[in-house]
Each structure stands twice: as C-alpha cells, then as structure tokens.
Design a protein around this ligand. Structure first.
Ligand code: GDP
Ligand code: MG
Length: 435
C-alpha cells in the first residue's frame, strides 16, 4: 500500500461526518501513522506529526464555511506538507550541473530527463560522460543525448581520467547548460570522494545534485549528509518514486538532512520527471486535485458538452472523457492531476491501441446498451454482435464492460466528495478554483 492510499483511507473515516469525536480522531491518526511508517518515514517524525495532527484536530474550531471534516483534511494536508520540506526549482540560466550518486540510483537516466526538461524550456544543453566505472555508461548517455537532441562529449579507453574528460568536454561544448555524469559506487568511499572533488575543481559546477533512489527510504538522510559533507550539494533528485513504497521516507529524510529536493523521477522514460513542490505533492497523495496543472491541460481539451459534470456516469460520459483524455496526453499524469488516483491501474496502463478498441466498441453499441451496459454484460449474443461490428475480440468487449464498471464506481465516489465536485464544476466552467 502506498503512502497516499493509506492516508486517504484514514481520512475517509471522518469524511463527511457531522460529528467527529476524540476516538474517531485517534483512530484516524493511528492509520496515518501506520501509512507513514510503512512508507519508511522516521518514527520520531511520525510521532511528532501525529501528535500535532491530533492536538489540532481536537482543539481547533473550523473557520467559517468549513466543516469539521474539511478542517481536519486541511490540518493533515498542512502538517504533511511541513514534513516534506521545501522544494527548489532549477533555474533556467547558463550553468554547469554535476550529477552524482551511488550505482543504479538513476543518475544517467535523470541526466537525460533534466536535459529534456531544460531543452523544452528553451535552453541549449550539452552532456559530458564522466562515469569511468560503468562499462556502458558512455553509450547510455550518448544514446540519451540523441533522444533528447542535445550535445554529447565523452572519451573511452583504459586509463582515461574523469577530470580530463570533463575539462575537454567543457572546452568542446558550447551550450548554455552543461550536465556532467559521474561514476557511482556501492557506497560513498574515499576514491569516489576524490574523483568528485577533482571534477568539482575542474568544472566549478553551479549545481551539485545528488540522485537518490526512493527505495532506500529514510537511509536517504545518511546518504544526503555524506555526499553533502564530501562535495557540498545544492539539491537532490529522488528517483523511482513510481516504483517504491518508501518515497515518503526518502522525501522526509532529505528534508531532515536539510537538502532540498528539486525533482522527483516517476518512471524510466525521458519525460518522467516532475518538479518537486511539497504542497502539490501532498495534495496529490491526498487526492486533492492539482487544479493549476489541470487547468493548463484542460483548457485546450475540454470537449463540448463536458462543461457540466454529468450527474450520472454513462458510457457516453466515458466516451467523452476518453476522447478528452487522449487529447490531454499521458493518462496516468492526467488522472493523478485530477486527484483520481484510485483509477484502476489497468485503465491507466491502457495503450493507445486499447483506446482505439474501446472507441470502436462504443461505436458499435446501441443507444440502449450505452445507457445500460448490463444488457451487454449479461448477453453473449450482444457481445458477439459488438465484437463483429467493431472488429475487436469478444474478450476485449468483456474487459471493456468490466473496466467501465470500475470507472463508474470511481466516479460515484468522486460524486460524493462535494468539495471536489464544486471545484471541478468551477473548473469546467472556466472559473478557476477556490479552496
Ligand atoms: P546510474 O547507475 O545511477 O546511472 O543509474 P541509471 O540511470 O543507469 O538507472 C538505473 C535503472 O533505474 C535503470 O534501469 C533506469 O531505467 C531506472 N530508473 C531511473 N530512474 C527511474 C525512475 O524514476 N523510475 C523507475 N521506475 N526507474 C528508473
Ligand atoms: Mg550511470
């Protein structure tokens, strides 16, 4: 169970309740504790945070216009945001960036992502392959640079020194931003410290960024401190936030170590990187939509007829949302942005091809069937007919009906959340949002 799921479950216990007594607060706090500990957040920190949530929930009166339940949500949100520390933005200016970290933490991959991020924002970028330890590091970075469309410098061969490669690279590459890949180790040892210090001296980087894998959880504190002592860090990128349940631990550990998180890595692809903004991050794990990001995406993509949130989730709605979602790009990001993090995984992972198949299926359904998909679910002959009409296998028709059922359930949950509904409604009407 990930941190968000656990905390949302805890909050669900008090959501919408008119009377929230001490025992309800205490049991909610217990569940939050459990979720945080499972995410490997330091136990003392968990204790302090939960005391604070408990105290505030039991003593504060909600401000006008806010219910007790809404107020407790806000308290949890505020307190969680505090322990996530501060984020930091990477400046868009000519600069040198040294990227360091242990083996397999994701250095080289993040360099590709950061290069892409900067290129998209109009910077010209060059990368230097100065990881002399890993045999294929050169090729990996060269390949990434081609994918990103940035310049590359590297030199292979036995006995080549990292500092020389960096020096040559800095002379050859004329880009605004130079990003330097460095060697990793299993642990930070004297040899690596010496190498990083040499590169530091030659390159005088503006940014010294440590890449940490989320799966080390709270050990991130020790790692960040050690690298910070050795070379003086300016920030951290935490990777594999998508694949690890310990992301909460890694993030809070960096905050405790006093190093700021700049980005989080959320996948293996070049675009799978996000600026780290604690309040947005917490909002999202709590299922509160990130309206600002959503507005940007939705503006261009709200299809006609979707300005109003429909009362009922029908196949027609699904169809429209499918179309809208396709216009909006990666589905996963979109649903997360909307706070709909409970969307069935299978739905999020649908490829484009599946989306095409779903559209064909819907096209082949009668009006009555769209209105009541149970007709199809219960009738093999209808499935057969739709399969023939759409050219999609019966198994996929079946699967579609099941997925639709799951989406409908999710939608109904969303409908229960009045605050979110109000906000979505405002949003769809182009009025912005009001928390
Ligand atoms: P390095 O040794 O530190 O340079 O690590 P690499 O960049 O070679 O990455 C190690 C592995 O982690 C590769 O298989 C990457 O695809 C994977 N990886 C990197 N970043 C992420 C991320 O944000 N999420 C996931 N799931 N995998 C990642
Ligand atoms: Mg590497």
């Amino acid at each position: 169970m990930n941190i968000g799921e656990g905390i949302r479950k805890a909050l669900a216990k008090i959501t919408g309740k008119a009377i929230i007594d001490e025992s309800a607060v205490k049991s909610m706090v217990k569940e939050i504790q459990r979720a945080l500990i499972l995410s490997d957040v330091n136990i003392e920190l968990v204790y302090k945070l939960s005391k604070q949530i408990e105290k505030r929930s039991l003593t504060e009166k909600p401000p006008a216009g806010r219910s007790m339940s809404e107020h407790i949500h806000a308290i949890v949100y505020e307190e969680l945001t505090k322990i996530m520390g501060e984020g930091r933005k990477l400046e868009l200016k000519p600069q040198r960036i040294m990227v360091c970290g242990l083996f397999g933490s994701g250095k080289t991959t993040q360099i590709g992502k950061v290069a892409y991020y900067l290129k998209q924002r109009g910077m010209s970028v060059g990368v230097i392959a100065a990881d002399m330890m890993r045999p294929a590091a050169y090729e990996q970075l060269e390949q990434l640079s081609k994918q990103v469309g940035c310049n590359f410098y590297g030199r292979k061969g036995p006995g080549v020194k990292a500092r020389d490669v960096v020096k040559e690279g800095l002379e050859k590459l004329k880009n605004d931003v130079i990003i330097i890949d460095t060697s990793g180790r299993d642990a930070l040892d004297d040899e690596l410290i010496a190498e990083l210090r040499e590169i530091n001296e030659v390159a005088k980087p503006d940014e010294k960024i440590l890449v940490i894998s989320a799966d080390i959880g709270q050990v991130a504190k020790k790692q960040a401190e050690e690298f910070n002592n050795a070379v003086g860090l300016t920030g951290v990128i935490i990777t594999k936030m998508d694949g690890s349940g310990k992301g909460g631990g890694a993030l809070t550990a960096c905050a405790t170590a006093g190093v700021k998180v700049i980005f989080i890595g959320v996948g293996e692809k070049i675009g799978d990187i996000e600026e780290f903004n604690p309040s947005k991050f917490v909002g999202r794990i709590l299922g509160v939509p990130d309206f600002e990001a959503l507005i940007e995406k939705v503006k261009a993509a709200v299809p006609e007829g979707m300005e109003e949130i429909p009362e009922e989730f029908t196949i027609e709605t699904f169809y429209k949302q499918l179309k809208a979602a396709r216009n909006m790009g990666p589905l996963k990001g979109l649903f997360e942005t909307m706070g709909m993090v409970n969307v069935p995984k299978e739905v999020l992972e649908q490829g484009e091809q599946k989306m095409d198949q779903y559209e064909s299926i819907i096209d082949s359904m009668t009006k009555a069937e769209r209105k009541n998909p149970d007709l199809v679910r219960k009738s093999p002959s209808r499935m057969e007919r739709i399969s023939k009409g759409s050219g999609v296998p019966v198994s996929v028709v079946k699967e579609f009906i099941t997925q639709f059922g799951k989406m409908k359930k999710m939608y109904e949950q969303l409908q229960k959340n009045k605050g979110m509904q109000r906000n979505l409604q405002r949003l769809f009407k182009g009025k912005g949002f009001g928390f």
